[in-house]
Design a protein around this ligand. Structure first.
Ligand code: ADP
Length: 228
């Protein structure tokens, strides 16, 4: 369970990006954060991975207030809350397998664990046949699926995605959604910031709409413009 409690975020330039956000995200949920550009979606995601810090309020991950954890504990937080960005952020000189294995290597996992975990992650995104390829040999949709595999290889209980389909055409975006739906069905909580109205409307899951840093609608199962 994730809980935002009276969360405010003001950036250094006095821009109030979030104003009194209260939101509960149950374990296993699939929640879309929607709203116009500048509404505060990315800021919510950055707070969840502690790329930014709240100005006021609490963010609970199970029973831990992640706004209070020390800087040295942030890498541990990122093993619980992993992230997928719009622009993939793959390492060009590493193969698909190596990109996904990298974090596990740094953690000192054994070769056999790494092999098993990478195979599991690649299977979930349907890319087992591409493990020896380099990023430049992949399509945009495939690159994004590799970045999703990299994010889930640790089996983090929470996956946050910032506009994961933002650079992709409609058809490819659905490949990504298929992968994310499968990951959610395996038990991972997914929080996805998006502009993709068609996707949100079709999937009919938890939709939180933001406008000017505030939640203007919160529907358990719905589409983009419901209740606004
Ligand atoms: P969204 O993801 O919905 O487009 P953001 O969370 O990126 O919205 O931005 C919310 C508000 O905060 C906007 O007014 C934006 O200009 C501002 N903002 C975002 N990041 C920064 C930053 N690093 N410094 C100053 N202002 C920022």
């Amino acid at each position: 369970m994730i809980e935002f409690e009276n969360v405010f975020k003001e950036y250094g330039n006095k821009v109030i990006a979030l104003s009194n956000i209260n939101l509960k995200i149950p374990k296993g949920d699939f929640v879309f954060l929607v709203g116009p550009s500048g509404a505060g979606k990315s800021t919510m995601i950055k707070l969840l991975i502690r790329e930014e810090q709240v100005t006021r309020g609490r963010i609970l991950l199970n029973d831990t207030d992640i706004t209070k954890i020390r800087k040295t504990r942030i890498p541990k937080l990122r093993r619980d809350v992993s992230v997928v960005f719009q622009d993939y952020r793959l390492l060009d000189k590493k193969t698909v397998f190596e990109n996904i294995a990298y974090a596990l290597e740094i953690q000192g996992e054994s070769k056999s664990t790494i092999k098993r975990s990478v195979a599991y992650a690649l299977d979930l995104v349907n890319l087992s046949h591409k493990e020896a390829c380099y990023p430049h040999e992949l399509s945009g949709g495939e690159k994004q699926r590799v970045s999703i595999a990299r994010a889930i290889v640790n089996r983090a209980p929470v996956l946050v995605c910032d506009e994961p389909t933002g650079n992709l055409d409609q058809e490819t975006a659905w490949e990504i959604m298929k992968a994310l739906t499968k990951i959610n069905e395996e038990g991972t909580t997914i929080i996805m910031a998006t502009h993709a109205v068609e996707i949100v409307n079709k999937i009919q899951r938890h939709v939180v709409s933001l406008s000017n840093g505030q939640i203007v609608s919160n529907v358990e199962r719905g589409g983009y413009y419901e209740d606004i």
